[in-house]
Design a protein around this ligand. Structure first.
Ligand SMILES: Cc1cc2nc3c(=O)[nH]c(=O)nc-3n(C[C@H](O)[C@H](O)[C@H](O)COP(=O)(O)OP(=O)(O)OC[C@H]3O[C@@H](n4cnc5c(N)ncnc54)[C@H](O)[C@@H]3O)c2cc1C
Length: 364
């Protein structure tokens, strides 16, 4: 049960403690508007998840890169005193266009639009936001199953509890929202029609990363940047930590292999890397992976073919539902850079402004 500091102030339930939910909470906290976060997983961060191992490079299993064009995210990082560092790309790459020819070493043109990573790992941003709002504001292992209208607000049922709030904000990928939560009364057909074909960015992806004690890929006739049409790793990059003290490489793995075992995927990773670097590729310290398609709180299968980014940023997400009591945030709902961390921050800003406006109209 959510308790307001003052019963005339609307209380807010935020569903999802990923970047959108936590950023929204951060803005509401600054305005002293009461809120609580409900998170289905036993961890915070959603599609941001850095794997840490003491004395080794942090491995990004989810979101990794941002660019200078990601203004809202950059401003948030500055406000939180978090730093970024440039992704190492190098001046050459291993390029494997076809299985019948050996891989080649090709020169890369100067990179005028580099990508950046967050110092300390993307989860450092998540953890910093949690520090600002207070861990007690987040209830983990709360899988929301039902949202119903009540006289004064909304009732939110989870698998174990029931919560009441004046306003509710969803930060779920829109497809997941309408395919895993029941609404009473049901949501408008026009909204459901859009969410049915709204792609969840990176929902089908597999990330793989390996830690090593030495960055052997930086040798004279080598590179940690890999582009392969043969696969199963199509892209891979140097993934050293910000101080360039601990070493790793990390990339994407063909998403079609979501149903094979971790051991089988690892063997395929090593076979491909061995082709480029020789037997030293097998001397890894640890292997980590993220198979996002197998994560029920990120992905659930579509009923029809959905294209990457389809309906991301659709205008319908800016409207409230359930008589103005349900707000729709989440990376896919932003009208700029939807699907990305930038979109998550922008969606949180939009909903924070909507709620702050609603709140001032009630107290004035
Ligand atoms: C492999 C991968 C690589 C990526 N790379 C990049 C990148 O390099 N740069 C970039 O900008 N972006 C990248 N992204 C996208 C980025 O991760 C997302 O834009 C961002 O993290 C989305 O945040 P969000 O809070 O909107 O959604 P999410 O992080 O998905 O958060 C939604 C939250 O809701 C919770 N939830 C789900 N169902 C329920 C329920 N029923 N009840 C309660 N809680 C529920 C989830 O557990 C989750 O914590 C990547 C994503 C992945 C998966």
């Amino acid at each position: 049960m959510i308790k307001n500091k003052n019963t005339s102030i609307p209380s807010v339930l935020i569903i999802g403690a990923g970047l959108s939910g936590l950023t929204l909470a951060y803005y509401l906290e600054k305005k002293d508007i009461s809120y609580q976060l409900l998170e289905a997983r036993s961890r915070i961060g959603g599609r941001i998840f850095t794997n840490y191992q003491e004395g080794f490079a942090p491995l990004e299993i989810g979101a990794t890169w941002l660019g200078k064009k990601h203004q809202a995210l950059s401003n948030l990082l500055t406000e939180l005193d978090l730093e970024i560092f440039e992704q190492i790309l190098g001046d050459r790459a291993i390029y494997e266009p076809i299985s019948t020819s050996p891989p080649q070493l090709v020169s890369l043109p100067p990179n005028n639009d580099p990508s950046y990573r967050i110092k300390g790992g993307s989860s450092f941003l998540i953890n910093t936001l949690v520090e600002k709002i207070g861990r007690e504001k987040i209830s983990l292992n709360q899988v929301v199953t039902n949202i119903s209208s009540t006289t004064n607000g909304l009732s939110v049922k989870t698998k174990t509890d029931e919560f009441q709030a004046n306003l509710v904000v969803s930060t779920l990928p829109p497809f997941l929202l309408t395919n895993t939560i029941e609404f009473n009364p049901i949501l408008p057909e026009a909204f459901k029609k859009i969410t049915a074909t709204t792609h969840t960015w990176m929902g089908e992806s597999i990330k793989v990363g390996l830690r090593y004690t030495t960055p052997f890929w930086r040798a004279k006739n080598s590179s940690g940047t890999i582009f392969s049409s043969v696969g199963p790793i199509p892209e891979m990059y140097d993934h050293a930590d910000a101080k360039d003290q601990y070493f790793a490489i990390k990339g994407f793995f063909n998403g079609a292999y979501f149903s094979v075992s971790k051991e089988e995927r690892l063997e395929m990773v090593l076979t491909q890397l061995e082709k480029y670097y020789g037997p030293q590729a097998r001397n890894f310290v640890s292997y980590e992976e993220g198979v996002w398609r197998n994560e029920p709180f990120t992905f659930t299968p579509y009923n029809q073919h959905v294209l990457p980014h389809q309906n991301n940023g659709h205008a319908i997400f800016s409207d409230t539902l359930m008589n103005g009591k349900l707000y729709i945030a989440g990376a896919e709902t932003a009208n700029q850079h939807p699907g990305y961390m930038e979109g998550a921050v922008r969606s949180a800003q939009r909903v924070a402004n909507q709620i702050i406006e609603h709140h001032s109209s009630l107290v004035s």
